[in-house]
Design a binder for this molecule. Structure first.
Ligand code: HEM
Length: 518
């Protein structure tokens, strides 16, 4: 007999729904479990649903802390499915070495998404482009005018000059000794001036300079739109992408106005100056070198523009977050402030701190290292990606996976660090020998990677470390930094986006002058 009566006929949508539930859905589930049981190949990870993957479980909370918690369950390399995308997270020094160094070429690309495609002109930039000829060119072209010791020596007087202006402003502002000020704002102006003088030989007059207001607004809006968790649904589930149209239009509109701002007010100005001086033009700032490379046909006008775009994104806020963290910890640890002062007076015997004697100040350096360890400003580095299927820790990594190194967890895991929650610069001078691996003849501690490591590591480290050292030295030698009246400590609660880790409430700090000599 016929089991299905020919007389019963379902309306057609219901029919398809039934068909889906009875045949297709179980197929997905069986396929899924078969997939998971092959976990000898794919890295382990929480079981995932069709279409959504693990997204409903992990939500948008893909922070360094959440990923550290997952790694405690699934191990040093695990896989999350975020809709249609694979996210591979690496959480031990040995595998970090694999991704960043040993297999640095295989994992040397960057994933982008619908939003980053807009902000990078589909990878015409330097930071988010795939590993290849274009990236090599961008890295080579930017090295000479930005990332050499010569550049550091050439500009360190200018950096100091901008820092002395900060000290000067703090000394002349009565509020600073009483209720205190939100120090971020003044340091932001200082860092914009440092970077814009290096790039364009241009600077902003004050925090009220309309050009400064415009530049900071453009950059912070770009960071907000790029770092937001709001667009993840359309990124993870391509079917939902049409709903992102408004968001993406907003990104496009901002990027258009922002690039025009850099181009019209800064790059074009340099082009004009260079054209006026003809063949004999002198290269007085980094962008002059870029324009020169363009005139020789080595790079395009877009390349020049995207280098400016990238420096605005990569150089300023990162260094500013690091300063805010270091200052907050120094306020909360007056003992460390005193020790830096003692070191400076013992070692330098009254000579001023300059870029050329920073290397003698080992405790100051340890303090900067400790701030970057505890509050890793880019806690998951900039994501890496493998263009082709690859092997890692005995597992297969599907091609075009987003590969993240949890640098924050590497430097805050109690398995490798004594009391990692404690802010204690001494650890870098006393007990820490680390789990060092030999790299290019030297030793690298793969537990400590605030600037990454290897091919895609931060080229800006050569500028950021002396800038941080000098600014902290100047503040500590001129002021006792304290919490505002009535407070014992500064609130160091953290706030993170998809990329960054910064202090949730910008600190108000009291600066009590100590017989200033500048
Ligand atoms: C304290 C300040 C800074 C921190 C913590 C920092 C951190 C980082 C990190 C973690 C990466 C990615 C590494 C990786 O993917 O493995 C990176 C990349 C990069 N950083 Fe920095 N950075 C800082 C300052 C700067 C400065 C001052 C500049 C430029 C003047 C800069 C320019 C870049 C560039 C161009 C890249 C991309 C390199 C590439 O993809 O090849 N950074 N940075």
């Amino acid at each position: 007999t016929n089991l299905v009566s020919p007389h019963i006929s379902f309306p057609s949508p219901l029919n398809s729904l039934l068909f889906l539930t009875i045949f297709i859905f179980p197929f997905f589930i069986i396929k899924h479990f078969l997939h998971s049981s092959k976990s000898t190949k794919l890295p382990p990870g929480p079981p995932s649903l069709p279409i959504f993957g693990n997204w409903l479980q992990v939500g948008n909370d893909l922070t360094h802390r959440m990923l550290a918690t997952i790694s405690q369950k699934y191990g040093p390399v695990f896989l999350l499915k975020l809709g249609s995308k694979n996210l591979v997270v690496v959480s031990n020094p040995d595998l970090a070495n694999q991704v960043l160094h040993t297999q640095g070429v295989e994992f040397g690309s960057r994933p982008r998404n619908v939003v980053f495609d807009i902000f990078t002109g589909n990878g015409q930039d330097f930071v988010f482009t795939i590993y290849g000829e274009h990236w090599r060119k961008m890295r080579r072209i930017t090295t000479l005018p930005f990332f050499t010791n010569k550049v550091v020596h050439q500009y360190s007087d200018m950096w100091e000059n901008e820092m002395d202006l900060v000290v000067h402003d703090l000394l002349n502002d009565q509020r600073v000794r009483g209720e205190g000020i939100v120090i971020r704002k003044r340091l932001q102006l200082m860092l914009y001036n440092i970077m814009y003088r290096m790039m364009f030989d241009a600077k902003f007059e004050s925090q009220n300079d309309p050009m400064f207001i415009q530049a900071t607004q453009f950059n912070s809006e770009r960071s907000r739109l790029a770092q937001s968790f709001e667009y993840n649904y359309g990124d993870f589930i391509p079917l939902l992408r049409p709903f992102l149209r408004r968001y993406l239009n907003k990104c496009r509109d901002l990027q258009k106005r922002r690039l025009a701002f850099f181009n019209n007010y800064y790059i074009e100005k340099r082009r004009k100056i260079m054209a006026e001086n003809g063949e004999k033009h002198k290269k007085s700032c980094a962008i002059d070198h870029m324009i020169d490379a363009q005139m020789k046909g080595e790079i395009s006008a877009e390349n020049v523009l995207y280098i400016v775009e990238n420096i605005n994104v990569a150089a300023i806020e990162t260094t500013l977050w690091s300063m805010e963290w270091a200052i907050a910890e120094l306020v909360n640890h007056p003992r460390v402030q005193n020790k830096i002062r003692d070191e400076i007076s013992t070692i330098l015997q009254g000579k001023p701190v300059t870029e050329s004697n920073l290397h003698e100040l080992t405790y100051l350096q340890a303090t900067i290292n400790e701030a970057l360890r505890l509050h890793t400003p880019i806690p998951l580095l900039v994501p890496h990606m493998n263009l082709e299927e690859a092997k890692l820790g005995g597992y297969t990594i599907p091609k075009e996976s987003k590969v993240i190194v949890n640098a924050w967890w590497l430097s805050n895991n109690p398995a490798w660090w004594k009391n990692p929650d404690e802010f204690r610069p001494e650890r870098f001078l006393e007990e820490e020998n680390g789990t060092e691996a030999a790299v290019a003849g030297g030793k690298v501690d793969f537990r400590y990677l605030p600037f990454g490591m290897g091919r895609r590591s931060c080229p800006g480290i050569i500028l950021a470390l002396p800038i941080l050292g000098l600014v902290i030295a100047k503040l500590v030698t001129n002021f006792e930094m304290q919490a505002p009246p009535g407070l014992k400590n500064i609130d160091t609660t953290e706030k993170g986006g998809q990329f960054s880790l910064h202090i949730a409430k910008h600190s108000t700090v009291v600066f009590k002058p100590i017989n200033s000599k500048i």
